[in-house]
Ligand binder design. Sequence first.
Ligand code: HEM
Ligand code: HEM
Length: 157
Amino acid sequence: MIAKWLITNICIVFMILIWSMAQGYGNPTILIGKLFSQVAFILFLVNLNMYFVFLFIRRTKVRAAKIKLAKISKRMMKVHIPLAISATTLVLFHAILMALVHDWNIKTASGALAVFGLAILLFSGWLRRKKATGKRRRFHYTMAFIFFGFILFHIFI
Ligand code: HEM
Ligand code: HEM
């Protein structure tokens, strides 16, 4: 199950990178802007994976696997917020560069929608960290999936 999940992740990253490269780039500014967003995407994906790590911990019946996954989750949670901040910074650079070189179109509008989703996601993460309730946990992971929906729409439109 874990192998399948890792392969799915690798496939997603390759799909995004190949698609992005296939779109080409008009000038070096766009290329740099795209590279920023590709790195940010990978960091966001690592954070999204927390959902599956916690899910596997709950589902697995093998005690040794539970302990191993718990250790992995602890390590991943140490970098969860730094990754969120780094990815947000990269995406904001991407947004500024793209806004400078592109006119208002479906690509930029869907990007703005993704930034809006990201703001709510960061807020939900902050709430979740302040106080852990079932409702706040659901709000945070639901926003993480909605945000990914927005990103995929933005990338493939
Ligand atoms: C969370 C926010 C965002 C993420 C994760 C993100 C991610 C990406 C990725 C991975 C690509 C490469 C895919 C492709 O080339 O089609 C891309 C392209 C693009 N993004 Fe974003 N983006 C975000 C926000 C924005 C914002 C706010 C804008 C506009 C101001 C924007 C404008 C663009 C444009 C214009 C392209 C196409 C570049 C080109 O080929 O000319 N993005 N974005
Ligand atoms: C920006 C991208 C982010 C994404 C994609 C993301 C995604 C996730 C996901 C999917 C989970 C697992 C939810 C579960 O199954 O319970 C999680 C947990 C968590 N996140 Fe985030 N998150 C992000 C940012 C943040 C930020 C900025 C904070 C805090 C300021 C934060 C705080 C937390 C906390 C406290 C947990 C719970 C860990 C635990 O239960 O031990 N997240 N996040």
